[in-house]
Design a protein around this ligand. Sequence first.
Ligand SMILES: Cc1cc2nc3c(=O)[nH]c(=O)nc-3n(C[C@H](O)[C@H](O)[C@H](O)COP(=O)(O)OP(=O)(O)OC[C@H]3O[C@@H](n4cnc5c(N)ncnc54)[C@H](O)[C@@H]3O)c2cc1C
Length: 434
Amino acid sequence: MPGDNSLTNWAGNIAFAAARVHRPDSIGELRKIVSASRKVRALGTGHCFNHIADTPEDLVAVGGLPDVIEIDTAAGTASVSAGLRYAEVAEQLHRAGFALPNLASLPHISIAGACATGTHGSGDRNGGLATAVSALRFVTADGDLAQLSRRDDPERFPGAVVNLGALGIVTNVTLDLVPAFDVAQYVYLGLGLERLAAEFATVSGAAYSVSVFTKWAGGEGAVWLKQHLGSGTTAAHRAEGNAGSGPAESQWLGARLATTQQHPIPQMPAGFCTQQGGIPGPWHERLPHFRPEFTPSAGEELQTEFLLPREQAAAAIGALLALGDRIAPVLQVSEIRTVAADDLWLSPAYGRDSVAFHFTWVKDAEAVTPVIGAIEEALLPLGARPHWGKVFTMQPARVVQRYERAEDFRRLMDEFDPVGKFRNAYVEDLFPTA
Ligand SMILES: Cc1cc2nc3c(=O)[nH]c(=O)nc-3n(C[C@H](O)[C@H](O)[C@H](O)COP(=O)(O)OP(=O)(O)OC[C@H]3O[C@@H](n4cnc5c(N)ncnc54)[C@H](O)[C@@H]3O)c2cc1C
């Protein structure tokens, strides 16, 4: 809708500066918009908390492009429209007997937007969501269509998936699928954080996907365990999925099994959350924390997250406990997850098995920003990389230094977008034009 400049992100903390907002309903229209524009960015579902999606000129919301979900059962892949939300795709994959290996906490986010920022779920052996992508189609700066795949372009492909929206507008992604599987979700309350630090690998390896929620002050957390129950096809698959022992004991590592449904933020309605209590259910109804039919909150929050080498988990927990009195007053809840190493150049888990420390803040940037600064001072020496889509204060040059393939990514941008059409201020700050 050209002229619509009242658009904000989901959280409402960013009012997009775009002079024009477009909602093309065909690839042909999208190509015309891109070739006619001077500066352009794609907008997915707007769930980022910083200016990564912003542009002063043309913003293209991709959600109106035709919905395509083509499942190749023989190849075990799905070719899907990039602007679709995970919830929309998951339902159809499941009906066809397939699954994605992992999902983020919220299924309402777009596939291209999530992959562009390195969005992840949890699990010692689960890569970020972008690791399920095996091919991409996108509109380049001159309005042409380009395609890259892991098989046909193994050199450049790992640079193109976590792309910060800077290579072009992705129209279609091919996702590698696994057989559909069931998950049982259990919550344990009252895990001591010092015990978590001491036995981190035991906790994070106790299920297919593990999250620890804490407020830091108080020294305790709740552990959400998502046990992979297998696809029901082979015992081998079942064994592969279950990374640890079953957690149905009423006490575990000094924590107690919750007997009622929980929300990550204790005072919030737990009915918004996916079924717990060990009741088996399909992967897409258990891996996210929030149910697709509910909006988890009205955007009354800000978020920050840092990914560190996993061996730094205990040191980072200690550092954050020491900051607990500063963090707690501006925090709604914090979540600790693990992410497997990958080879995607700008992935925050590039080259290292990672532990991720997430913070859902109150929506008060003035109060929260100095606390984020203090956390960065504590975690940067431990190798922290910030989540691309969340709030961070560290200098862009320091962020880029943390990525070995950053210069290769710059070359990829120059190749697909020599005039810098897709580079906004966020990208320019990271990769200044020489
Ligand atoms: C409530 C909530 C829960 C969250 N949970 C998690 C979580 O569990 N794990 C996690 O890692 N993150 C999480 N996030 C962060 C979120 O996953 C990321 O911010 C993600 O980028 C959101 O996708 P989006 O489509 O909304 O992206 P947008 O904000 O719309 O865009 C993000 C970037 O992707 C680019 N982009 C979007 N679509 C395209 C396209 N078609 N082609 C090229 N570039 C494109 C944009 O230009 C922009 O640079 C959460 C966010 C919220 C609000």
